[in-house]
Write a protein that binds this ligand. Structure first.
Ligand SMILES: [Zn+2]
Length: 417
């Protein structure tokens, strides 16, 4: 079996350099640099660069990417609910090939930046399920390079869109991995609650994961996160369930928020925050002072809950920017979450690595250690603090022992002194 050595790697939370020995698709050993225990057919010197687990994109919409300019004219003021309406008009013109072409462009942007795992929401409020058909094809085509997890996501609701609940179920039968939802978009509180209950029923019935767009609003009365916690606890789905966004949590009163922290712990659910997109979309109806619409990242982390950061959009009707480089989300998330102690910064990469892996339930073999998958990335930085401060580029992405993306470090050709 082919044996390779990646020499002089700086590992997270370690001072010394290490050599990573790879045999076939697995890590044979990780030993202090200079140890020459095995014959190697290939050697690569990483020169003290930081090595960590591959990035995990825990929340994106690959069927929407690069659609910000459809239709070409600018309409509305760019709020979340306007974007849903705009998308509703646009999506019917997209073909399977259009969606695949855009999704590939998005996947390549993410992979260039060190991502090897993506959870993508796929809009199933379409009687033809065009996006799902496209993404099922993509999932199969990219599987040697990227783990792609598909969510049956009813963008226009289980009940606010006629037949939405049936389309979610149909999507699960076709092979979607995760049940989605959007309770704050249903007509009433009661229908929102019903949609959460239905989502859990489907997750249990089809033995799937669950990830719901939850309380993506500044309305402090939007409290579907409590329904998710209660259902995760009751059904035993626990850490297989995720609440995405939970923006309204930043507008809840403290007594309620603190009560819920304990419930979240008992339920064991995951949280996903999309720092750049949520701070743009939320607070839009405020004057000043203006809320930032970011969930209580610091308090969730302090309570031992699993939180990951995600891109959400790359140039779609919700958010015209975005580039698939998750280290930007760490930078923003640490700012917006008021998490700037050196320890918090050093742990920052957890939000887009190990925490994301937990959300996707892909932890088996994921961590960078002996016997696990030989999948890791190399950043153009000597340590975590520098990596986040400079939003370090990913120089190399290794998946199951193969170098799948390689880039040159940034070169300065001229400077005055
Ligand atoms: Zn989303």
């Amino acid at each position: 079996m082919n044996t390779k050595i990646y020499k002089n790697a700086k590992l997270r939370h370690k001072q010394e350099l290490y050599d990573i020995w790879v045999e076939g698709e697995k890590i044979k050993d990780i030993v202090p640099a200079g140890f020459r225990g095995f014959p190697a057919e290939e050697a690569k010197d990483l020169g003290g660069k930081l090595v960590c687990e591959p990035y995990v994109e825990s929340h994106i919409h690959l069927d929407y990417v690069y659609t910000a300019d459809i239709p070409a004219e600018e309409t509305g003021t760019g709020t979340l609910f306007e974007a849903i309406e705009k998308w509703s008009d646009s999506k019917s013109v997209l073909t399977i090939q259009d969606i695949k072409d855009r999704a590939y462009k998005g996947i390549k942007a993410e992979m260039r930046n060190g991502v090897q795992y993506i959870r993508t929401h796929v809009d199933v409020t379409d009687p033809n399920l065009t996006a799902l058909k496209a993404m099922l094809e993509v999932k199969e085509e990219v599987k040697d390079y990227l783990y792609l997890q598909l969510i049956a996501f009813p963008q226009e609701g289980y009940y606010a869109y006629k037949g939405g609940a049936q389309l979610v179920e149909e999507a699960l039968k076709m092979g979607a991995d995760v049940v989605g939802g959007i309770p704050h978009y249903e007509f009433t509180r009661q229908l929102g609650e019903q949609s959460v209950k239905k989502a859990f029923e489907l997750a249990v019935k089809y033995d799937r994961l669950l990830d719901i767009h939850c309380d993506e609003t500044d309305d402090p009365e939007s409290r579907f996160v409590e329904n998710i916690a209660a259902e995760a606890y009751d059904t035993g789905l626990g850490s297989r369930a995720t609440a995405s966004h939970t923006c309204a949590m930043s507008s809840y009163n403290n007594a309620y928020a603190f009560k819920m922290m304990n419930k979240f712990k008992r339920a064991g659910i995951n949280f996903v925050s999309c720092p750049t997109e949520n701070c743009y979309l939320q607070g839009r109806y405020d004057g000043y002072p203006r809320r930032r619409g970011i969930t209580r990242i610091d308090q969730l982390v302090e309570n031992g809950l699993n939180v990951s950061f995600a891109q959400d959009s790359i140039s779609d009707p919700w958010y015209p920017l975005g580039n698939g480089n998750l280290i930007h989300q760490v930078d923003f998330g640490l700012h917006l979450g008021h998490m700037m102690s050196l320890e918090q910064i050093r742990n920052g990469l957890d939000f887009i690595t190990i925490n994301g892996a937990k959300t996707l339930s892909v932890t088996e073999g994921y961590e960078l250690k002996k016997g696990n998958n030989a999948s890791f990335i190399v950043l153009d930085a000597p340590d975590e603090l520098t990596a986040i401060r400079e939003r370090a580029h990913v120089l190399l992405s290794v998946r199951n022992g193969k170098n799948i993306v390689e880039k040159k470090p940034e070169q300065i050709l001229k400077e005055p002194f």
